[in-house]
Structure formats: C-alpha cells, structure tokens
Design a protein around this ligand. Structure first.
Ligand code: NAP
Length: 290
C-alpha cells in the first residue's frame, strides 16, 4: 500500500519531533523550512516550495505566520513568503494554526482547503497542559518567591485559563480567576478559586504577585497597569499582540514575561504527539485513513 504523503513547513522543535513520529509511523514525510540534525534520513528535505505540490496534507507552523507576510520558520534561515506558499500548495489541505481573520481570508481567496488546528477543542485543550506547565516554569524563573502561598491571578477562563488555574491551585497558590461570563464565574467559585468579574478587576489588581494573561485582546492599559503591585510578575500567554501595553509596562519597571509557543519550547515531544493525534483525527474525518 502507498504511504500517505504529509509535508511539514516551518515550525519549531516540536515539528522536528513530529517529523520523527510520522517517519516512525510509516508516513511519506517531507519538510521545507525546517532544518535540524534530528530529522530522520528517510524524510525528504525539499529544496523548493514547488516540491510541496506532491503532498496532499501540509502541516504549517505554530503560529502559521507572525507578521502576515512570511511563514514562521524559526529553525531555518530561509524566508517563505505567505503569498508564494499559497501559490505552491493550491491542491493540498493545510493544517494551519493561530490564523487571524485576515489570514483565513487569504486562504479562502486562494481557494485553499484549510483548518486552524488551534481552534479544535480536541487539540487546544491538550495543548493547554504544556502551556500551563511552561507558564509555571517561567513564573518560577522570574520570581524570588514560591508559587506556594503566592497570590496568582489568571485572566480568562478558557482552555488555558482552566488548566493553569488547576495546576497553580495544586501547587498551593492562592488562585483568583478573572472572567466575564457569569457561568464561568460560577465554575471558578465551584472549583475553589476566587472569582473576579471583569468589571471589578481594578479593585483587586494591587494584591497579586503573579498575573497570567490568556485573554487575546489588548485591554490592560495604563489605568490598569498603574494599579499593579510594582513587584508583580506578568506572564503573557495570549498570542500577539497580547493583552497589555508593553511599553507602558516597561516604563513602569513591571516584570513582563512574553511566553509564546510554550508547548514547543518546554515539551516539544508532547506537543508533537498532540499535533500527530490531530492529524490522525483530520485524516479519519476526511476518509484518508480508517
Ligand atoms: P480560549 O479557550 O478561547 O479562552 C480565551 C479566554 O479569553 C476566555 O475566557 C474568553 O472569555 C476570554 N476573552 C476573549 N476575548 C475577551 C475580551 N474581549 N474580554 C475579556 N475576555 C475575553 O483560548 P485559549 O485556548 O485558552 O488560548 C488563550 C490564548 O493563549 C490565545 O491567544 C492562544 O492563541 C494563546 N495560547 C498561547 C500558548 C502559549 O504557548 N503561549 C499556548 C496555547 C494558546 P469568553 O469565554 O467570555 O469569551
């Protein structure tokens, strides 16, 4: 039986681990824009975008692009323009990640079949585990106090917020969680954390030792930052542009820790396995495998 052909374009160490997994599972694997000595010998290393047309499934990096112009390729020196990529992959199905509305429009304009795997709950929930562990690792690295007994605020009670709150609680932190929905606030209370409605956030802000933001909207302006404990460690988990006015934060001497792509940094093997499970799900849904 012919091997199923899958290409990986760009990405961080987790995509190297993914190439290893796919190769071990007998896929016909190609990579482009991904250079690393651990890439197995039986993986085809493409030298041009045009070679991707032989691959019906293409897995793009996380995030797919940071600037909307080039595909994210942190492990190779080359530059892959998003526009050139679209022209080369018109007949393939693209597994993208963290695609904003402009990028989705570009996929549609080029009539390219795609999905955003980070919008799939099955993937995003599992991915929240290495994200939460990484956030805790960064918090420990940037502070002189223990998380145990510290006052932690988790902003947002979505997939990352839920798992992070649970892990901080398990470490003995005093966990408060901000949310805007009354349902979320009830769940937060039920799990034993302190619920903070978004419209009351300002009155609680001065007390926190750590703030973990998962809200993908920039709304923490000077009026909020002025209320921070000067020694707070602010960990930014939300994707760019994040949730805070970084320049103002810096001017106030607040410790602002950008924490993008944590699964790929702190647990690339686990993160690769999550993407592999996602690929299998998509292949099954499309009838490409049983
Ligand atoms: P999610 O499940 O959609 O949760 C987002 C949370 O933000 C929800 O509580 C949502 O509240 C809240 N929110 C959204 N818009 C808001 C607004 N305008 N005002 C107030 N609250 C708002 O997302 P997720 O999977 O947890 O991911 C959160 C962020 O982390 C995303 O930017 C994602 O790309 C990023 N991420 C980063 C890493 C990393 O390694 N740093 C890893 C995974 C994900 P509602 O439910 O009320 O809308």
């Amino acid at each position: 039986m012919n091997k199923l052909k899958v290409a990986i374009v760009g990405g961080d160490l987790r995509f190297v681990r993914l190439a290893q997994i796919l190769s071990s599972k007998n896929f016909d694997v190609a990579v482009y824009g991904l250079c690393h000595p651990d890439i197995p010998d039986d993986v085809t290393v493409c030298s041009s975008l045009s070679e991707l047309k032989y691959y019906p499934y293409i897995i793009g990096p996380i995030p797919f692009s940071k600037d909307g112009k080039c595909v994210f390729t942190p492990m190779c020196n080359g530059y892959i323009s998003v526009e050139q990529f679209f022209l080369a992959v018109s007949n393939s199905y693209i597994l993208g990640s963290v695609l904003n509305s402009h990028m989705c429009e570009q996929f549609e304009k080029h009539h390219i079949a795609y999905c955003d795997i980070m919008k799939m709950n099955e993937i995003a929930i599992l991915n929240a585990i290495p994200t939460a562990e990484g956030a805790i690792q960064y918090a420990m690295q940037h502070s002189e106090i223990t998380l145990h007994n510290s006052k932690c605020l988790v902003m947002g009670y979505g997939r990352c917020g839920k798992i992070l709150a649970q892990k901080l609680d398990a470490l003995g932190a005093c966990v408060s969680v901000e949310a805007r929905s009354t349902t979320d606030l009830s769940f937060i209370s039920t799990y034993g954390y302190r619920p903070i409605p978004l419209n009351e956030l300002k009155s609680y802000l001065p007390e926190f030792d750590f703030i973990f933001n998962t809200i993908p909207v920039k709304f923490l302006d000077a009026s909020y930052i002025d209320l921070f404990n000067p020694e707070v460690v602010y960990i930014e988990l939300a994707s760019a542009p994040g949730g805070i006015d970084i320049d103002y934060c810096t001017s106030k001497g607040i410790t602002h820790v950008p924490a993008p792509s944590l699964p790929g940094i702190v647990a690339p093997k686990t993160a690769a396995d999550i993407i592999y499970q996602c690929l299998l799900l998509i292949l099954r849904n499309q009838g490409a495998i049983l």
